[in-house]
Design a binder for this molecule. Structure first.
Ligand SMILES: Nc1nc2c(ncn2[C@@H]2O[C@H](COP(=O)(O)OP(=O)(O)OP(=O)(O)O)[C@@H](O)[C@H]2O)c(=O)[nH]1
Ligand SMILES: [Mg+2]
Length: 211
């Protein structure tokens, strides 16, 4: 390899943008996997690794990563990210909760065990490997739950950039302003990840905050 080739390779390495690792965190059922799937569908030419979505909490019990996704915003700026869909974080996992969804006791106990491991794994990634967070809340639920306060506190203590998504604004009882009032120190973007409502505003905020 000639000098000029080596030099240009070195230059391109130097100026190559780092891929940011963005974690989607939040309580179970908030819509994290729905968002992760939407991002990969919107921005990846080859369709990504789709996560499973369901009404039963703790559907995601292992972090799922989709790599090298370039997102371009309305300003023309862009970011390249790996998106990590994480298991919903709760302070308590009770298998009885799953029985109501029609799971048998054995399945429910297995799900509870996996969910607990999933929470530990999500917390591990947050400590080790995450450059920014999309914190996902269901705007039809009370934002002042222990998990939200604790997680936002941990994210702040690690100085990680964060965008809060106030999801499910397609539902009539969604109240994204209560999330805004609860966390005035962070950008809160009302969205519907299911319907795609205001999703471009979320992409713009991610570019603004993570870039
Ligand atoms: N109405 C409405 N429902 C949504 C929206 N986003 C997600 N959902 C529904 O909420 C439920 C949970 O969605 P998931 O994407 O599996 O939620 P999750 O946060 O990944 O859940 P866990 O993996 O259990 O932590 C599913 O029934 C989704 O269809 C939304 O914007 N509006
Ligand atoms: Mg999920």
């Amino acid at each position: 390899m000639g000098f000029s080739q080596t030099f240009s390779m070195l230059l391109s390495r130097l100026f190559q943008k780092k891929t940011l690792r963005i974690g989607i965190y939040g309580p179970p059922n908030a819509g994290k996997t729905t968002l992760a799937n939407r991002i990969t569908h919107d921005w990846k030419e080859v369709s990504g690794n789709d996560g499973k979505i369901s009404d039963i909490p703790h559907e995601t019990r292992k972090a799922l990563r989709n790599e090298n996704i370039s997102i371009t915003g309305s300003s023309g700026n862009s970011i390249t990210i790996d998106i990590v869909d994480t298991p919903g974080v709760t302070t308590k996992v009770d298998y009885n909760e799953f029985l109501e969804f029609g799971l048998c006791k054995e399945e429910a106990i297995k799900r509870a065990r996996e969910a607990t491991e999933g929470v530990a794994e999500a917390m591990h990634w947050l400590r080790e490997d995450i450059d920014g967070v999309v914190y996902m809340m269901d705007a039809t639920e009370d934002p002042f739950i222990q998990v939200n306060i604790m997680m936002v506190g941990i994210i702040e203590s690690r100085n990680l950039p964060v965008v809060i998504a106030a999801n499910k604004i397609d539902l009539p009882d969604a109240a994204p302003h209560t999330i805004r009032n609860a966390f005035p120190q962070h950008p809160v973007i009302p969205v519907s990840c299911l319907e795609g409502m205001k999703i471009d505003e979320l992409y713009d905020a991610m570019i603004r905050i993570f870039r």
